[in-house]
Design a protein around this ligand. Structure first.
Ligand code: AMP
Length: 208
């Protein structure tokens, strides 16, 4: 049996569609069941919060997972990344108010940066030797500069509409983000054939 962890939220529908194109149909109405069967008796699914996919896969509670590279890099989980899945493209950026000076703040102040990605933000500014103060938040990041919580934000951007609506401008790109298949290291060794067979089916949907 291969267990696959899927992320709730934006990546869920495209992930289900991707498996569907590979001929794997996930029960569309799982009710309250947390383990969801599919039309393949050797494959079951688990739906968890995006940040938890890598936790389940790293620990071996799930053999495989579908997650975005944003939460994956933030987690620093030790998992294999055998396949880019070709959906969920967006980017992690630094943004600041259109009306504010960039990159230097008046009076040489240290910028406060609000983000759901404190590690990636630290690394980005740290590698460039730019001192900042990171404020970790769990959501509604774009409102932080409007409320004076932070000068800048680090957040995901897709169309750019949310930034624009909040008077923010994209200043720097930190990471190109996309959905990837992740695999537990031990599982891929122990169940190599099943992993390879599933990856081949998924890979065809990405190429096709
Ligand atoms: P947009 O207005 O299209 O640029 O979308 C930006 C908003 O959607 C921000 O609140 C992001 O945090 C969120 N967002 C964009 N892309 C993704 C994604 N691939 N996964 C999760 N959230 C996203």
């Amino acid at each position: 049996m291969i267990r696959v962890a899927l992320a709730k939220g934006r990546l869920f529908d495209p992930a289900v569609a991707c498996f569907g194109r590979a001929g794997i149909v996930i029960d569309p109405d799982p009710g309250r069941r947390l383990l969801i069967p599919s039309n393949d008796p050797g494959l079951e699914f688990l739906v968890v919060k995006p940040a938890d996919v890598a936790v389940y896969v790293e620990s071996g509670a799930a053999d495989l997972g579908v997650t975005g590279t944003d939460v994956l890099r933030e987690s620093e989980a030790d998992v294999l990344e055998p396949l880019e899945l070709g959906f969920g493209a967006c980017r992690l950026v630094v943004a600041s108010p259109a009306s504010a000076p960039w990159p230097d703040l008046p009076g040489g102040k240290t910028a406060r940066v609000a983000t759901k990605y404190p590690r990636l933000a630290w690394r980005h500014f740290g590698e460039a030797g730019r001192p900042v103060e990171i404020i970790a938040v769990n959501g509604s990041v774009e409102v932080a500069p409007l409320l004076g919580l932070a000068h800048w934000i680090v957040d995901l951007v897709d169309t750019g509409n949310t930034l624009k609506a909040n008077g923010l401008v994209e200043r720097e790109t930190i990471l190109q983000v996309g959905a990837v298949l992740v695999a537990n290291r031990a599982s891929q060794k122990l169940k190599l054939e099943a992993h390879l067979a599933l990856m081949a089916r998924l890979e065809q949907t990405v190429r096709g």
